[in-house]
Design a protein around this ligand. Sequence first.
Ligand code: SAM
Length: 250
Amino acid sequence: MSEELKGNQFEGKETYVKDVFNEIAEYYDKMNGIMSMGMVKKWHRFMFKKAGDITGKKVCDVGCGTGEISFMAAERVGPEGEVIGVDITPGMLAMAEKKMETMDLPKKVDFRVGDALDMEFDDNTFDLVTSGYMLRNVTNIQQAVNEMYRVLKPGCKVIVAELSKPKNKILRFGYNIYVFHIVPRFGRRFDKGKKIDGKQPAYDWLTSSLEGFPHGDDMVAIFKKAGFSDARFYSKSMGAVNIYVGTKPQ
Ligand SMILES: C[S@@+](CC[C@H](N)C(=O)[O-])C[C@H]1O[C@@H](n2cnc3c(N)ncnc32)[C@H](O)[C@@H]1O
């Protein structure tokens, strides 16, 4: 029998999450476009607007998945820069590599298997750390943000996109119907309702992971606790997504 997943944290989460993303890697981009109603690229462009000029810089994209944010970074850092994409799921990285074969980037992204909670990099390595929609998936959000802080050089920025919930009650009602009913239905076209590790199907997780997941000021508090004293967020698409920005003090 399928095990209902209540809340964002549960035993065996890391394995389950990895298996979910290995399962959906092939159609992840397509579903992302559908679920976000094509807005994903707009959110990512906003992230890089907040990053400013990153020509020649060294960027780490944590939880890079199929590489969409990493590729945008690679286009912006140019041939003198460097982008490393880290993800815990080999299937997602394989898709990123496959996509990269057909791309004409100034320099290839260095995709690596790795855990956001314990990255292989030295302290103060990167000029920019980005991450998109990963934090919902980790077993310890504070630890993941602490790691982003650790690997950033002083004076440099972290920019993280995550799903959120609209504040306005009417918008939230519509949002809940969309996220909890329509998206899993669309997901069925791809995941066929197949249970992952005897638990719920992949696209049920992508929505139920929002249960009890911190957003807005609660998430900003996590960034501040890590050391990003100026952490703030920008609400996008009527509150569906937040972009968190923080600077590591000098
Ligand atoms: C929703 S996807 C987002 C992928 C990509 N950032 C994007 O914008 O499309 C979340 C990604 O986080 C990865 N992930 C989950 N837990 C992780 C961890 N502990 N360390 C590194 N990556 C992780 C998953 O494998 C998955 O590829």
